[in-house]
Design a protein around this ligand. Structure first.
Ligand SMILES: Nc1ncnc2c1ncn2[C@@H]1O[C@H](COP(=O)(O)OP(=O)(O)OP(=O)(O)O)[C@@H](O)[C@H]1O
Ligand SMILES: [Mg+2]
Length: 258
């Protein structure tokens, strides 16, 4: 079953309640993502991208709406139950690599397995294998400060993959990288998607980065404004520019009338 639905969000709302003010960060998001898809989420700052990623990643729960992960309703689960599902199924990558500074690449990658109670020998072996998978063979003993930004992000990707999740969520993974290094990281994610069937959802502000995906979702004000599938990178780049331009054109008249 290659194309079964993995993520199913139904009219999801998320309100941040700050007492005096309530911030409607998501206002009715419905989205289905199938196994093996590669989705780029775009949209202006504050449009709800990270909020959506946190919900999809079971780091947070919706205020309203239904979220099925692999067919299981996770919206109503307790934090501990959500954590268990998260550890098993989902890997996270962030803009800040979030690596432990005084710790080797190998140990950084092993970290999630400590919580999963994996024996030491297997831990080392799997961590080495996963570092090799992301192109970091020979760098196992380097500390983050001894690695380039791109290499640090590779360590973070290896750490995200160590428990063999089927879903990788990346919130602006290239936000701290130059364009050449960004392209390398995106090629790595593309390869993992293609060869391992890893479902990838990534947030980015960069058209060139989004063009590595096969589906572009554009958010505005907590809603999905556009959702477009594409066949290749060339088409993706055109689609990204098209939806950003058309969304901007649509926004202009209402902005002018305000
Ligand atoms: N923990 C929080 N508490 C209160 N409000 C929040 C919280 N997190 C986000 N928000 C608000 O929710 C809205 C959506 O924020 P979110 O972080 O999802 O945006 P984003 O699209 O990821 O933006 P960016 O591109 O800047 O990362 C914003 O108005 C933001 O201020
Ligand atoms: Mg964000």
């Amino acid at each position: 079953m290659k194309n079964h639905t993995v993520l199913e969000l139904d009219n999801i709302h998320k309100v941040y309640d700050l007492g005096e003010v309530k911030i409607p960060a998501l206002q009715g998001v419905s989205l289905r993502v199938a196994a093996g898809e590669f989705v780029a989420v775009m949209g202006a700052s504050g449009s709800g991208k990270s909020t959506l990623m946190n919900l999809v990643g079971c780091l947070d729960r919706p205020t309203e709406g239904r979220y099925l992960l692999d067919g299981q309703d996770v919206a109503g689960l307790s934090p501990a139950e959500r954590a268990r599902i998260r550890n098993r199924k989902i890997g996270f990558v962030f803009q800040q690599f979030n690596l432990l500074a005084r710790t080797s690449a190998l140990e950084n990658v092993e970290l999630p397995m400590l919580y999963a109670d994996v024996p030491a020998a297997e831990r080392h072996q799997r961590a080495r294998g996963t570092l090799a998978l992301v192109g970091l063979e020979g760098r196992e003993d380097h500390h983050p400060s001894q690695l380039s930004g791109g290499q640090q992000q590779r360590v973070a990707i290896a750490r995200a993959l160590i428990n063999r999740p089927s879903i990788l969520l990346a919130d602006e993974p290239t936000g701290n990288l130059d364009s050449r290094t960004s392209a390398e990281i995106m090629e790595l994610l593309e390869r993992l998607n293609r060869e391992q069937g890893l479902l990838v959802v990534l947030v980015t502000h960069e058209a060139d980065v989004a063009a590595h995906a096969r589906r572009i979702v554009l958010m505005r004000d907590g809603r999905i404004l556009r959702d477009l599938s594409v066949l290749n990178r060339h088409e993706a780049l055109e689609a990204v520019h098209h939806i950003l331009d058309s969304a901007a054109a649509e926004a202009e008249p209402s902005a002018a009338s305000e």
